[in-house]
Write a protein of this length. Structure first.
Length: 122
């Protein structure tokens, strides 16, 4: 069994490897995902300027609504829809998906698919 400290170190190592390959440009910013045991966060970042263009998380009451648990798949779908709607309102349609070292499964996959269904292209 892998310990939690080794798991987080491994995730950071994988994330560094992913970040060497992808970066957000002005025409195609980076959609990065972070998930904790309790919440899910997503933000769209322009790496050339180093600033966040759009952000959404389950900490926001607007996104969370009446959900009991903010760290499950349903909450991730709401974050994906919210980030896509806010991005399209700012004129962002194409992004590069940064899964943050997490497996493309479960909450990360739900967020990505909801963002795609709401109009983001990646």
């Amino acid at each position: 069994m892998i310990s939690s400290t080794n798991r987080s170190v491994e995730r950071c190592r994988i994330h560094r490897r992913i970040r060497r390959k992808i970066s957000g440009r002005p025409g195609r910013p980076r959609l990065c995902v972070y998930r904790s045991s309790r919440y899910v966060y997503a933000q769209i970042v322009d790496d050339t300027e180093g600033r966040t263009l759009v952000a959404a998380s389950t900490l926001e009451k607007v996104v969370r609504g009446d959900l009991k648990n903010a760290g499950n798949i349903e909450a991730s779908k709401l974050v994906g829809k919210a980030i896509a709607d806010r991005a399209r309102a700012k004129g962002i349609e194409n992004v590069v998906f940064d899964r943050g070292g997490y497996l493309y499964h479960g909450r990360v996959k739900a967020l990505a698919e909801a963002a795609r269904e709401s109009g983001l292209k990646f």
